[in-house]
Design a protein around this ligand. Structure first.
Ligand code: AMP
Ligand code: GLY
Length: 424
């Protein structure tokens, strides 16, 4: 099979690695891919949002199956356009991708279907939003309705901060049209769990759970980032919580989408918070998470391509999707300064005895074939082991064998998860 993967980050590197292990896959194209993905796939310089270019390429190259990984092309209708061209895909069509594309849509859907989530109000009028903030509970969470590069969420600790966030989104348009409508929601507390799932609209098959580390600094301090590291499984996600999630969240979500004629096929990501009152949905993503994918897929023991094909053909229930009973850690190495200003263009080298899987997010090849840093998050150092402790220790040990100038990484990825395991 000639397949095409749309996207070019660490998540896509992990997806492509797994797909390359399938006996059914003969050739992989990555649009646009990156300097490291180039060792597994033919990288083609077509941007992930260039839907016309993507479809044209797929037709010209007789692509037999397409995987669309990032949120933007999914929400913009890349899968719809590929389907129209007769190309089978893994990923939701835009009418289902709206579950991530519009927070108001997903909040209303949850409310109508009794799916547990933070209480909220939505606004298209700034004055009404500001009035609501006069006497709502504080802290409060302000969310831009549309996609905002993962930055459209503000946790306001004071009323003034909340009002400033509303003005920035609705008046100053810092997220463009994404902030024309907003959600103001209740602040919840509790540990967070990411659960990625495969679904074909008939069954939901959760993957192994994981824990993201979103802040730049140790101890979950400093600015939000695209994710500084992940571990899997997440020790807060007990069997009891998993059962409740399936009954109270996963199946009701699938059924609600079906009922609306918005059947979701692809990877549905549940961002959950385990509150005192049970698990609640913080957010849905219409795609694999990054960097969750980098710890989840290495533990997958079933052919990823076969799963993707079964999802597209709505026969996922026929497969026995298995995960190894092991743990994984992804330690993200970033350019110092990220998520603000940082320098790029430094050569990346690995020691000969490197034993980790490296999933590269931001790097390009120069004309001499050297790999150079080209982004804020540069790469993830991924190790799997029998225990979480061994996986975390290995990632930190192997990171010392990866070299580039100005490298920065957190020193406590997995620490919270290990503490929970020790306490139980
Ligand atoms: P998101 O960009 O939607 O992933 O949200 C970023 C982070 O904001 C989440 O991972 C949570 O840590 C936090 N967050 C979002 N909504 C809430 C909420 N209602 N209460 C508390 N924290 C929240
Ligand atoms: N790690 C969270 C996300 O992919 O949005």
């Amino acid at each position: 099979m000639r397949i095409m993967v749309v996207g070019g980050g660490g998540r896509e590197h992990a997806i492509i690695k797994k797909l390359s292990e399938s006996e059914k896959v003969t050739e992989i194209f990555a649009l646009p891919g990156n300097g490291a993905i180039a060792s597994l796939a033919t990288c083609v310089n077509i941007g992930a949002k260039d839907i016309e270019g993507i479809v044209k390429f797929a037709k010209e190259q007789n692509i037999e199956f397409a995987v669309v990984a990032p949120d933007d092309p999914l929400v913009l209708g890349a899968v719809d356009a590929l389907h129209e061209a007769g190309i089978p895909c893994f990923g939701p069509e835009s009418r289902a991708a709206i579950i991530e594309g519009s927070k108001i849509f997903s909040k209303d859907m949850m409310k109508e279907n009794g799916i547990p989530t933070a209480q909220y109000e939505s606004f298209d009028d700034m004055d009404k939003a500001l009035e609501y903030l006069q006497d709502c509970a504080i802290p409060v969470v302000i969310k831009a309705d549309g996609l905002a590069l993962g930055k459209g969420v503000v946790i306001a600790m004071t009323r003034d901060e909340a009002k400033a966030a509303v003005r920035e989104m609705m008046e100053d348009k810092v997220f463009g049209d994404s902030g024309s409508n907003i959600v103001i929601e209740e602040f919840l507390t509790g540990p967070e769990v990411s659960v990625l799932s495969f679904t074909d609209g008939k069954v939901v098959v959760p993957m192994v759970s994981s824990m993201d580390h979103k802040r730049i600094g140790d101890g979950d301090t400093g600015l939000n980032t695209g994710g500084m590291g992940t571990v899997a499984p997440n020790p807060y996600y007990t069997e009891e919580i998993a059962d409740r999630c399936m009954k109270e969240i996963f199946l009701p979500t699938m059924e609600a989408m079906n009922k609306m004629g918005r059947t979701f096929k692809g990877c549905l990501y549940f961002g959950l918070m385990i509150t005192e009152n049970g698990p609640k949905v913080i957010e849905y993503n219409c795609r694999f998470g990054d960097p969750e994918t980098q710890v989840v897929l290495p533990l997958l023991d079933t052919d990823l391509f076969e799963i993707m094909q079964a999802v597209e053909e709505e026969r996922l229930s026929e497969l026995d999707v298995k995960f190894r009973d092991e743990s994984a850690c992804c330690l993200v190495m970033a350019s110092d300064g990220y998520p603000k200003k940082y320098d790029t263009g430094f050569e990346i080298t690995y020691d000969d005895d490197l034993k980790a899987e490296i999933y590269v997010a931001g790097a390009k090849l120069d004309s001499d074939g050297k790999l150079l840093t080209a982004g804020g998050r540069v790469l993830g150092v991924v190790c799997t082991a029998d225990t979480l402790k061994a996986a975390v220790d290995s990632s930190y040990r192997e990171a010392k064998k990866v070299h580039f100038d100005n490298a920065y990484y957190r020193s406590d990825i997995g620490a919270k998860a290990l503490k929970v395991l020790e306490e139980n």
